[in-house]
Each structure stands twice: as structure tokens, then as C-alpha cells.
Design a protein around this ligand. Sequence first.
Ligand code: NAD
Length: 249
Amino acid sequence: MRFLVIGGSGFLGSHIIEALRARRVDYKQPISIAVYDIVKPLPEETIDAVTYYVGDIVNEAKLTEVMKEFQPNLVFHTASPLHGLPPAVYYRVNVEGTRTVFSSCRAASVKNVIYTSSMGVIWTGAELDGVSEDQVSIPKHGYDAYHHTKAAAELISLDENGVDGMRVVVLRPCGIFGERDKQMFWRMAEVLEKGQQNVQIGSNTSLVDYAYVGNVAHAHVLAADKLLTEPDTVTGQVFFITNGTPMTH
Ligand code: NAD
């Protein structure tokens, strides 16, 4: 069983690899894992027995070549730029890059894709409490370029479902915390270290969902299991991934 993790040098991608390896026995056949990412992980974060391909997600020739060489049974598409970059970067990587993933899959006859979206794709800035996947649709204009393009990539992915036998599952994680997080929680720790936590913006009653990265990775592995063994139960579906207990923020 062969898995390609696009964006696998990153935080969540590396945990998906660990979760896949921890469940090796369940596939009843050896598993092989490869990463396609614009960067290699740090030496101390490189995982043994994983093949690392370095390339840009929008480089269709390179990604197709990698898919043809590695022949994955399933692709996890977790690549996305960091927060705080110019809008053009998000359009390029999330929108153009997601289209490229599917054209490369088609060229290499890869039929199973799990797209890592974000819970934020449905957010307009207004309060959302206890909503399920079928209660709220994606707004025409997302909250910012990151969320707008994550939503566009989600719609591209769902449009591909069923085309030429393509099977797609979309996962929408909430904010993720855990080992190797480089975006979010070190900033909170820095605020605490500097004693800046007395500054409060807003009423401190807003609720936000967070989930542990190991659980979000596990959700990806469960989605992969279902897609590979009982595809009709998950194909074309979208799932929120949350720990179920929102926190004030
Ligand atoms: P991350 O930055 O650690 O990982 C993303 C990976 O994508 C990086 O390794 C990066 O090098 C790669 N990448 C970026 N641009 C690329 C390009 N042009 N070509 C190839 N690879 C490229 O981020 P993460 O937190 O692990 O996020 C993984 C996924 O989960 C993303 O799709 C993100 O939108 C989604 N997500 C993250 C969170 C969170 O709180 N971290 C919450 C919801 C959804």
C-alpha cells in the first residue's frame, strides 16, 4: 500500500506519516510512504524509510513524474502556505496547486485523494456554534485569502470526485496543536513568557475549536482506510475534525 503525502514535510503531514506507520499491521501488506514538498524537513524531523521528493505543487511535470514513479494508492494533499502571506501565494498554491494535484493524479491513474481543508472555510466572521457539515455552506467570499482559497480548493476537489473514477474525501480540521507546530502555539508561549497576557481584545467569550495533531492525523488515516476499503461510505464527503469542546479565545 503506497501513500504520497503532498506537504508531508510540514507539521500535520509528518504526523500523518507517523500515524500511517503506527497502523502498518492493519493494511495486511507492507506500506510505502513518500513525501512531495517544496522543502525537505529539518534533518532531525526527517522520518526513516520515507522517500522525500522536493518540488513545487504547481510543477505539473514534476508532480506527474513523481506520481508515475511512486504509483501511490492514495494521495494526502496537505500542502498550503503559512498564514500572513500575500493573497497571490494562496491562489497559486491552494487553487492552482490543487488543480495540478488532480491533473497529475489523472495522468498517473491515481484514484484516491484526501484533501486537507480547514474548518475556517465556512467562516464569515459571524458566530457559528454547534453547526454540522450539512448546515452551513461555503460563503461566496471567504474570511481572508487563505480561507477563500482553501474553500476554492475544497470545491475543486469535490468537483473531481467521480470524474474518471476519482474518489475524494475532504477533511476540515479546526486549529491544530501539538509537537512540531511552527505557526501558532509558540506565539502564545512567547506572550506568556513576556507577561503580555493582560491585554485582551474583545469580551473573551468567543469560542474556538482546537484539536491535538495526533487526533487530526488519525482522522486522515481513518478516512484513508475507508476510502481504500469501503469507498462508498466516504467518497465525496466533507468532515469537520474537532475535539468537540470549543475553548474561549
Ligand atoms: P505546514 O506549513 O506545517 O505544512 C504545509 C506544508 O506544505 C509545508 O511543509 C510546506 O513546505 C508545504 N508547501 C507549501 N507550499 C508548497 C508548494 N508550493 N509546493 C509544495 N509544498 C508546499 O502547515 P500545517 O499546519 O501542517 O497544515 C497542513 C494542512 O492543514 C494545510 O492544508 C492547512 O491549510 C491545514 N490546516 C491546518 C491547521 C492548523 O492549525 N495548523 C488548521 C486547519 C487546517
